[in-house]
Design a protein around this ligand. Structure first.
Ligand code: FES
Length: 358
């Protein structure tokens, strides 16, 4: 009954607020007062390494917490455009009041670099519910091996912190690959866990030091193949493939669980190369060959009439979602190929195949 009443009030409020969702009005008062949207206010900012930023967030009441290993979609408005990215919370699953994200600023990562440089307490971010299948089994493993590389540390750290918080006492080995010791966020905490608990063993391998160590079978021999061991793996593609190949060779594939993450690297393209590819206007179900002009001009040439205002990259009224492919901003020359990105089609020229929601 209470639920039905709440739904009724909700529909009345939404209907009164039409044509915009009620949260568009509420955010004018305070972005943390929301009806439906989940948002989170940054309460603490730590820059643990030269390339990362750790954010502690206080989510709005809609937040239901996360499972160790899951990810969330975070959105941030930069120059009037909302950008969305996925990050894995680093905190223990038991901590449902706060959310901790450690974001590594990759050279081509627009949002990660923006947060690394601009995040400050009080800033409000958009937040999705947590999702993802990469998680600890309800029946905890008899031996847990957590393997990570670079920013893949966050979901497995969440697993480790969750196991510690619940007083899990079976052996846990944490194997992490980083460029250098200075590049490991949470290194002091991990060292302290290693020293404090007999059943926790932390091993670091550094790939850009004098005696560089990339993955080698010896790093997991005796661990991944031990009785009852389950391996949870997250990191860059090279590490994931090396560990999976090792597991295949040893017949251990069914006990390795992994989560891939990709670094946003725009393709390096030669501007003198011939123009190639097709543009697919997904909402209109039209595909035309790319002739090199802006997406707005090419859409109009294809008989479509997307909304626009200034045609100069100022008013944002032409903003559409690029579902896949790469575009060049003709004002800045920047290439961008992140799927799901909102782009201004009046100043974006496609490079190769592009799908755009027009
Ligand atoms: S930004 Fe004004 S039309 Fe594209």
């Amino acid at each position: 009954m209470a639920h039905t009443l709440a739904r009724l009030v909700e529909s009345i409020v939404e209907a009164t607020a039409t044509p915009y969702p009620v949260d568009r009005y509420l955010e004018l008062i305070d972005p943390m007062i929301t009806w439906r949207d989940t948002r989170a206010k940054i309460t603490e900012v730590r820059r643990q390494t030269d390339r990362s930023v750790t954010l502690v967030l206080k989510p709005t009441r809609q937040w239901k917490g996360h499972g160790a290993g899951q990810y969330v979609e975070v959105s941030v408005v930069v120059d009037g455009v909302r950008h969305r990215r996925f990050f894995s919370p680093a905190g223990a699953a038991q901590n449902t009041d706060a959310l901790e994200l450690t974001v590594t600023a990759h050279s081509g990562g627009f949002v990660s670099r923006y947060l690394r440089e601009n995040a400050r307490p009080g800033m409000v971010l958009g937040l999705s519910a947590a999702s993802g299948e990469f998680s600890l089994p309800a029946q905890r493993p008899a031996r847990t091996v957590l393997v990570s590389g670079g920013s893949g540390i966050t979901p497995v750290l969440s697993m480790l912190r969750t196991l510690v918080a619940e007083g899990h006492r079976s052996p846990i080995t944490f194997v992490h690959y980083a460029r250098t010791p200075e590049d490991v966020p949470y290194r002091a905490e991990l060292d302290a866990l290693d020293r404090t608990f007999d059943h926790i063993d932390v091993q670091f391998h550094y790939t850009r030091t004098e005696n560089a160590e990339h993955f080698a079978p010896a790093h997991l021999d005796g661990l991944a193949d031990a009785d009852g061991a389950q391996v949870f793996l997250c990191g860059p593609g090279t590490l994931m493939s090396a560990v999976k190949e090792y597991a295949d060779e040893r017949g251990l594939s069914d006990r390795v669980f992994s989560e891939a993450f990709t670094i946003d690297t725009s393709p390096v393209l030669d501007p003198n190369e011939p123009i190639t590819g097709d543009i697919t206007y997904t909402k209109s179900d039209v595909t035309t060959p790319n002739d090199g002009r802006t997406l707005l001009e090419q859409a109009e040439a294809a008989g479509l009439d997307p909304e626009y205002g200034c045609r100069m990259g100022i008013c944002f009224s032409c903003t559409k979602v690029r579902t896949s492919g790469c575009t060049r901003n003709i004002l800045t020359g920047e290439l961008d190929s992140e799927p799901g990105q909102h782009i201004q089609i009046c100043v974006s020229a496609p490079v190769g195949d592009v799908e755009i929601e027009v």
